[in-house]
Design a protein around this ligand. Structure first.
Ligand SMILES: Cc1cc2nc3c(=O)[nH]c(=O)nc-3n(C[C@H](O)[C@H](O)[C@H](O)COP(=O)(O)OP(=O)(O)OC[C@H]3O[C@@H](n4cnc5c(N)ncnc54)[C@H](O)[C@@H]3O)c2cc1C
Length: 294
């Protein structure tokens, strides 16, 4: 598809909910793209045996996951391994920005899994005031400054190397095993970050007794909270608020799966993904017939 393509539906997340949404959009003959991270469905991948998914007693989570991915791609649906940073409303649809590109779609299904919750003291308080989840987006604000990157996965290494080009000092705090590709000027700090403090904006990151004086803190490689992907999205008890049609508070934006709340289960995710996908496809058709000259 070309850069100016507007998909009928963009699905964010390639777990059971997202893939179920995508195949149902395709069955309804609408165009669809799936945007996911490197591993589709980390939770399902970790599940040793699934005993309660109808028709597949005792199946390994990884096997079920592989079947879901295979089913989806065999229908000609593209899964782009590209993390979404933001969803923005625009005329008659949405603009989705990822690490790699900008994608346009008339409707969106969010299927991003269990929402990431702030874990550090001060994290929620300083979000947007020196604390960010996206170095690529906010990095230029920290030119010639000192920053810390709290890294949840190797994905953060690319961001750290970019920040090292523009910042005075980058501290890197890896919270995962197997760090591989960091530029030598980046200072690796071992230890567990505990707290962000500051005045109007961030001034320090604490690791227990140790303090790093920094102008910014980036938390990278963890899931992005849904309300940061689409500011103003209505939440309900830390999950995306939806009605029975899986419609969120934003017209044209649907959600399904763990991101809408418990029970966190495959069957519920597949079912909600289906409802979200079908309703997104239906809305596209309704919009199109409204535009047709009478
Ligand atoms: C150890 C374990 C055992 C389990 N056992 C069972 C069981 O026996 N039975 C059962 O029914 N369930 C079980 N589950 C739960 C089940 O795995 C989940 O309910 C299910 O995977 C949820 O599907 P989902 O599509 O909503 O979310 P996920 O599977 O979490 O998929 C969400 C996807 O979205 C991606 N994503 C998130 N943010 C972005 C972004 N910004 N851009 C692009 N992609 C993004 C994520 O990387 C992920 O690939 C188990 C889970 C675990 C961890």
């Amino acid at each position: 598809m070309s850069e100016r393509t507007v998909y009928d539906v963009a699905v964010i997340g390639c777990g059971p909910a997202g893939l179920s949404a995508a195949i149902n959009v395709k069955v309804r003959n609408r165009t669809v793209v799936v945007l996911g991270t490197e591993v589709c469905s980390p939770p399902l991948n970790k599940a040793p045996r699934i005993e309660n998914y109808l028709g597949f007693p005792g199946v390994a989570g990884a096997e079920l996951r592989d079947n879901f991915v295979e089913h989806t791609t065999s229908m000609g649906i593209e899964i782009k391994r590209d993390k979404v940073d933001a969803i923005l409303p625009e005329d008659d649809g949405f603009m989705i920005t990822t690490r790699e590109e900008v994608i346009r779609a008339q409707t969106v299904v969010m299927a991003t899994g269990i929402p990431y919750r702030p874990r550090l003291r001060g994290e929620a308080e300083f979000l947007g005031r020196g604390l960010s989840y996206c170095a690529t987006c906010d990095g230029p604000l920290y030119r010639d400054k000192d920053i810390a990157i709290i890294a949840h996965s190797t994905e953060a290494e690319v961001e750290a190397n970019y920040m090292a080009e523009i910042c005075r000092q980058v501290f890197y705090l890896p919270l995962y095993d197997g760090m591989a590709n960091l530029e030598p000027e980046i200072k690796v700090i071992e230890g567990k970050p505990t707290r962000v403090i500051g005045d109007n904006t961030v001034t320090e990151l604490h690791l227990g007794e140790e303090r790093l004086k920094v102008d910014g803190v980036f938390i990278v490689g963890a899931e992005t909270p849904p309300e940061s992907l689409f500011p103003g999205l209505k939440m309900d008890n830390n999950h995306i608020a939806v009605d029975r049609n899986m419609q969120t508070s934003i017209p044209g934006l649907y959600a399904g799966g763990d991101c809408t709340g418990p029970p966190y289960q495959v069957a519920k995710s597949v079912g909600e993904g289906q409802i979200a996908g079908l309703n997104a496809a239906k809305l596209v058709v309704a919009k199109r017939s409204k535009r047709k000259p009478k």
